[in-house]
Design a protein around this ligand. Sequence first.
Ligand code: DGJ
Length: 725
Amino acid sequence: MIVYDQTTRTFFLHGKSFSCALWVHPAGYLVGLHFGGPIGGDDLRYFDPSARELSFSPIPPDVDSYFSLDVAGSEYGSFGQGDFRTPSVLLVRENGERASRFHYVSHTICDGAPDLGVLPSARGGKTLSITLKDVLSEAEIVLNYTLYEDSDVLVRNAEIVNRGSSPMRLLRAESFCLDLAAGEYDVLRLHGRHNMERMPERTPLGHGSVKIGSARGASSHQMNPFLVLLERGAGEDAGVCVGFELLYSGSWMLEAEETQTGAVRVSGGINDLGFSWLLGASEKFITPQVAICYSAHGLGEMSRSYADFLRGHVLPENRVYAPRPVLVNNWEATYFDFDREKLCALADEAAPLGIDTLVLDDGWFGGRNDDLTSLGDWFVNEKKLVGGLGPVIEHCKKRGMKFGIWFEPEMISEDSALYRAHPDWAIGRADVPRCKSRHQYVLDMTREEVTDYLFARMSDILSRHEISYVKWDMNRHITEFYSASLPAERQGEFAHRYILGVYRLIRRLQAAFPDVFFEGCSGGGGRFDGGMLCFFPQFWTSDDTDAYERAKIQWGTSYGYPLSAMSCHVSACPNHQTGRTVPFSARGAIASLGATGYELDLGRLSAEEKAQVKEQIANYHEIEQLILRGDLYRIADPYQGNLFCVAVMSKDKTRAYVVGMRIHALPGDFDRRIRLKGLRCEQTYTVEELGLTLRGDTLMNAGLLLPRLPDFGSWVWHLSAKKNS
Ligand code: DGJ
């Protein structure tokens, strides 16, 4: 609910279990007075931020009290008027001036989300848009707050409009700024690297800033665009946490800044490193959205709120709850070494096991037999696949299977027909050597002729063949941020324009091929973010398919994203990334905690392993709706001890699926109890595998005994509520 109290000039935003109060100060400043647990509509002006005791806090010329922007809770930090914290916007005018003083002008309340153009945007809700005017320039800022009554997520973004006749330059344009009351806080972020994405790290905040981000032109493996501010004592199941998740896939930043008074400013959006944007007369700059989530009951509740929010308002509506393809991908089965016979043999093995889609990964186009060549040449390599894709697709169809294909649209190999024809289509100057990564360059997605070419090539492949699934990969980050098609004064716009070009192409392809299922990928989970999830209902979680490593990666990912967004495959052992051998059952159990699939040469499996695949797929179909819709409870943290355990619970709490792994077998470890979470206390549940029938409170407080397991051994428990109990 959004309420504006005209008497006190206060906006109240009430989500499911949080409230936010914004006050229009008599001089016009928009001041944040509360963000936290639910409140009514009381007059909160007793919080009027006074800097009486602080001699070094400047007083703006238009106030006659001790009000100072140095300590006021600001909704969009300004520069040069006494707010010395991180500013939200830096606007340079023709005379070089940068200071801004924003005053409230007007507001609207509308159903639905603001129109963000090509940027990803959360669906539904009700939006409060507050217009502020810069008293020192002709800039206007619109702050959008989208609220969902069924959610503890508040979505924000900002729009900056030049209402004057001369151009101005944006050097920073953040999506939001939120000032939280003084307290003791910790910061949690998800850092990582290729093959090791989204590792949680929690540290005390302390005075100064914790600033995270990516300047790689992609949201990145190295740091996820997600930050949680936790009150010092908060943990998995208790305490206040506030999450910040950007719905953006380009270079980004998030910052938590503890100030002189102990109050904390959290702000972020597009990374300002190298950024500038020329805003001509009447032009508007739209910033990406941030999803801010409040939880009074720890990280667990925050993650469940994010999962509900992303499923209900972000993941593609037509796909989010529909059964996902259970696929076999040929990458770890064959790498580049495949032909028609090998692919058909893989389909022959897959179909009787219950796998429904064969996905042909990298290497089917141009002359690509290794990663040195052919990106950009999206023509079927008929030398390698005699007769083209048709015979393989027909073969799959005969076995009742669908067919999917891999693209890496944004890339170009130096050794490609495309590069020979258009060397300037690669990012950077064509007349000087450029950095390569995985032997490839990145295409300049800001150029329409480039995205038109990609659309034409990809549509040609998709319209000529019965293809039900596309894997969209991206295997390097951006260097030489420069486009031959942009004028000098617009080169600072390159990184943002690049990702807008990517979004535009995805939108265009999805509109042209609405029946094709698109999965995202970026060398594993390098662009696993809320922006991509607006288009891709699932994302390849990591190139690391080792089940133990995956348990950790999936655990980290679950802080901000639903299980159904994680694509998880069973692969061969010794594992190709770590060399580790993990029991086949454990590989299946961990891969069942997401959109499941296989990525190995099925022909090399023993009869017993094949029987396990059949069982795993049957189990997956049984629990799929839990994975797609359920609530996740994290039970045993693999970063803290020898166990991994999570439970996925149906919303009505009548079914639960518990998966665990004991990392190392320890002698004498016979009284370790697994205490479940999220059940109904007085409800009686049957634990299928153990033949036990116990009350929810027994299962949660007394727990179950950890099974005896070898190294990396896993267990699963299916719980169902006994009727009439
Ligand atoms: C990186 C992806 O994450 C892998 O799954 C595979 O598609 C390779 N790229 C192919 O080059």
